[in-house]
Design a protein around this ligand. Structure first.
Ligand SMILES: NC(=O)c1ccc[n+]([C@@H]2O[C@H](COP(=O)([O-])OP(=O)(O)OC[C@H]3O[C@@H](n4cnc5c(N)ncnc54)[C@H](OP(=O)(O)O)[C@@H]3O)[C@@H](O)[C@H]2O)c1
Length: 291
């Protein structure tokens, strides 16, 4: 089977390696060629194209059986987001209509849920997001879903894992702050669980079509998160700081507990990192091993 990962970054690389181990031929798209050698060493065929330029899709000259869209503008404001998830996703949608793969997985985000009162949120919540970037992403979900093939939308919570655990790093560097009274919930998922969930979606395509949250079992209040870190590392708690200003946060400020029940029920999916604890104990070991 030929798989194409559009946006072969942090999650895409981990996914590519899994798919190769399962015998798939994997091509990974990035805009820049900077990481081509690394991708090639992993066995992923690198392809450089910019999804915001429609003509660049001419570089996709082969049929792909599976397509995973895991693209992210990275840094940049609303404009960059609109370019990738508006214009770029329009181009991907048109290309998918011509290419007709057997399965399509779109990685979205739990930032599309606008809840602010610590409610549990499930996939059937139909409110349109408030925040601009979340609304752009939600519109991208709608757009991709218009193609004829079955589409699986996986809404990921905050991704952490090797080399990408921002709060952990801030805490270890003594730069973390507790926002307000620390009552806001964090929803997280380990990168490898997300990569595994995508792999499950591809390999169980007959069962899966629709929208699923991918997040670990335990949303945790910021205060409780730092208390746990402080206890296991024997380091002081971060200082308290002001509540964040929603206008400076790309994904706005929400406070919710995201449920992962549906994907587990339908697929019997098991998380290797059911809470932040398992993942961060590994990160702590990596941190201690650093020169
Ligand atoms: N990070 C989180 O906490 C989080 C939370 C929820 C959902 N998500 C979603 O999870 C998915 C994977 O995230 P990630 O952390 O793996 O992202 P990432 O490491 O930033 O990788 C994103 C990839 O997209 C590529 N890309 C960006 N703009 C492009 C363009 N115009 N044309 C072609 N490729 C382009 C980048 O290539 P270049 O580097 O060459 O530009 C990069 O390879 C994304 O869909 C993201 O929205 C992330």
């Amino acid at each position: 089977m030929r798989a194409l990962i559009i946006g072969c970054g942090y999650v895409g690389e981990a996914l590519g390696q899994r798919l190769i181990a399962l015998g798939h031929e994997v091509t990974g798209i990035r805009r820049s060629s900077q990481h081509n050698n690394r991708l090639a060493k992993l066995g992923i065929r690198p392809l450089n194209l910019d999804i915001t330029q429609e003509r660049e899709f001419e570089k996709l000259d082969t049929h792909y059986d599976q397509v995973v869209i895991a693209v992210s503008p990275g840094r940049g404001g609303n404009e960059a987001y609109q370019k990738v998830f508006g214009l770029g996703v329009n181009h991907i949608t048109k290309w998918l209509q011509r290419n007709a793969p057997t399965s399509v997985v779109f990685i979205s985000s739990t930032s599309v849920y606008r809840q602010k009162n610590a409610e549990w949120v499930q996939e059937d919540i139909a409110d349109i997001p408030e925040n601009i970037t979340s609304k752009i992403l939600w519109e991208a979900e709608q757009k991709i879903s218009t193609i004829e093939q079955a589409v699986t939308i996986l809404r990921s919570s905050g991704i952490y894992g090797p080399g990408r655990s921002h709060l952990f790093r801030q805490f270890m560097d003594g730069n973390a702050t507790i926002e307000g009274n620390g009552d806001r919930y964090l929803n997280m998922v380990h990168r490898d669980d997300l990569a595994e969930a995508i792999t499950h979606s591809i390999t169980n395509k007959d069962k899966l079509c629709g929208t699923f949250n991918i997040t670990d079992d335990e949303p945790v209040k910021q205060l409780a998160f730092f208390k746990w870190l402080s206890k296991i590392t024997n380091r002081p708690m971060p200082v308290f700081g002001p509540e964040p200003d929603p206008t400076t946060r790309k994904r706005g400020i929400t406070n919710k507990r995201v449920s992962n029940k549906l994907f587990k029920e339908i697929l019997g999916f098991q998380y290797n990192y059911p809470t932040f604890r398992e993942g961060l104990i590994e990160e702590l070991e990596n941190w201690k091993a650093m020169p």
